[in-house]
Design a protein around this ligand. Structure first.
Ligand code: UT7
Length: 323
């Protein structure tokens, strides 16, 4: 017998304002065609003025609770993966706690940029497997529109705002690859690549800063590392690519998503793709894709999912779970 962290509910929230690629054509030397062909992005959502990451997060959390048919009082731990918390402190997670009326348990943020949800989910799994929590809410939420340099066409057309939430709960299982729940995790980072994708400001440097990215280099690392981490996680679970029903990748670039699927020997009809509608929402992209994938009728109970992401750090990783 073993303990598995099994999915109980999923939900998401996207801000009302939808910005099509064409909106950038008026202010930048860019075209809808360039953005679509180089990234696959067609539109993205931007948070309203004054709308914060924790606001998006608490709305996604409510949707996940509703999906699970659960009350917030049943949640022991709440983790928010974000690089764009409302304030330097307290954590976005404690703000979500307050908004939801969660007065027991504990809440904290995880910051691993675009790989943040993978890191947060791996931590949730560790809390559950070690008996430190029974039910964990894992949220990915971002307002990357707040850290865009609107004069930099190579970055500002790529990102969007949003939030997704997943509730996982302890369940006794046989300890085989056929179990439901999280079957394996694989986390990696390599700080030698910290200058490829970063924000050029922060509290300790007394500035706010904007996102800076060497896109071509990040692209190269992504294609190389994502299939590797997915294979590593599948191997740890005693599974292979042939067992996968759905790849749920970080939604940064359709060309990266296609190249990763190809390297794994899997067709695109086994990949949940939302990048065209959301852009790159960093730590929110995977839970958003899980929620949309379920709502579309793609992800069904018993399906084997491999999720993978890479971002600033570089930090990357993968989680294998049976829905
Ligand atoms: O979520 C974290 C992980 N992030 C990623 O995975 C992002 C990884 N990188 C990428 O997705 C891609 O590298 C980009 C979409 C950022 C860029 O695609 P690319 O095929 O690597 O293009 P590039 O950087 O080689 O740029 C090609 C050209 C350049 O012009 P020159 O130097 O060839 O004359 C850029 O200046 O495209 C130009 N360019 C643009 N042109 C029109 C860059 N941005 C734009 C733009 N509109 N918005």
């Amino acid at each position: 017998m073993t303990t598995r962290a099994v999915v109980r509910g999923v939900g998401h929230y996207l801000p009302d304002r939808i910005v099509p690629n064409s909106e950038f054509e008026t202010s930048l030397d860019t075209t809808d065609d360039w953005i679509r062909s180089r990234s696959g992005i067609e539109r993205r959502h931007f948070a309203a003025e004054g709308q914060t990451t924790s606001d998006l997060a608490q709305r996604a959390a409510r949707a996940a609770l509703n999906d699970a048919g659960m009350q917030i009082s049943e949640v022991d731990a709440l983790i928010v993966a974000t690089s764009t918390a409302d304030l330097t402190f307290p954590s976005a997670a404690t703000m979500v706690q307050a908004a939801l009326g969660m007065t027991k348990g504990y809440a904290f943020d995880v910051q691993a940029v675009c790989a943040g949800f993978i890191y947060a989910l791996a931590n949730a799994n560790a809390l559950i497997v070690s008996g430190q929590a029974r039910t964990v809410m894992v949220i990915g939420a971002e307002t990357f529109s707040r850290i865009m340099d609107w004069s930099d066409r190579s970055t500002c057309v790529l990102f969007g705002d949003g939030a997704g939430a997943l509730i996982v709960q302890a369940e006794d299982a046989a300890g085989t690859p056929q179990d439901r729940g999280i079957l394996s995790t694989d986390l990696n980072s390599d700080g030698r690549y910290k200058d490829l994708l970063y924000v050029d400001g922060g509290v300790s440097t007394n500035s706010t800063g904007y996102l800076r990215m060497q896109g071509k280099e990040v692209f190269r690392h992504a294609v190389e590392k994502l299939a590797d981490t997915a294979h590593a996680a599948l191997g740890k679970a005693g599974l292979g690519a042939d067992d996968v029903d759905w790849i749920v990748p970080h939604q940064a670039n359709l060309r990266i998503i296609k190249a990763t699927a190809q390297k794994m020997g899997l067709p695109m009809d086994k990949v949940v793709v939302t990048v065209q509608d959301h852009g790159n929402t960093s730590a929110a992209s995977i839970p958003l894709a899980l929620s949309v994938g379920k709502a579309r009728g793609q992800i069904k109970p018993g399906d084997l999912l491999v999720t993978e992401a890479i971002g600033g750090g570089l930090a990357w990783g993968s989680v294998v779970l049976r829905w």
